[in-house]
Write a protein that binds this ligand. Structure first.
Ligand code: THU
Length: 149
């Protein structure tokens, strides 16, 4: 992958910072996400589990809902995601789960331009850059319901 820009490095650092706020006592797998908005502002999210297990919220979803709560859903330009076991021992790159891919699709289509997805290991240099169309090909989206961006 080509080297990260300074902006991309800052976004990955913010996602790594959000790992500290993961509420993940059940899986003990922390995930951090960071969004860069068009004006450079960075918003973060962390996974937020609860005792019902299945109702847990992913870090990417939390971050995107936070942008929406600030009226900024259409302004998301990039997202960085990282995660690994809270007890250490994991240095893999993770990619967004299926539901998060659909939610990123909503943000991208509302923005009307491609949203860069950076997937980074919790530490070290391993980072992969994806397009949503690669992660979620032939996706169902707002256009199928006659809704434009
Ligand atoms: N998780 C995320 O936050 N994002 C993903 O894209 C994949 C999974 C969280 C959910 C759960 O809290 C933990 O990681 C283990 O699945």
């Amino acid at each position: 992958m080509s080297a990260l820009s300074t902006e991309e490095q800052a976004l990955v650092a913010a996602a790594r910072g959000a790992l500290a706020h993961a509420h993940a006592p059940y899986s003990r797998f922390a995930v951090g996400a960071a969004l860069r908005l068009t004006d450079g502002k960075i918003l973060t999210g962390s996974n937020f589990e609860n005792a019902s297990y299945g109702l847990s919220l992913c870090a990417e979803t939390v971050a995107i809902a936070s942008a929406n709560a600030q009226g900024r859903l259409r302004d998301i330009a990039a997202i960085a995601v990282t995660g690994g076991p809270m007890d250490g021992g994991g240095d893999a790159v993770i990619t967004p789960c299926g539901r998060c891919r659909q939610i990123i699709k909503e943000a991208q289509d509302m923005a009307g331009r491609p949203l860069a997805i950076l997937c980074a290991a919790p530490s070290g240099d391993a980072v992969r850059r994806f397009d949503l169309d690669y992660l979620l090909p032939d996706a169902f989206g707002p256009a199928n319901l006659g809704i434009g961006g």
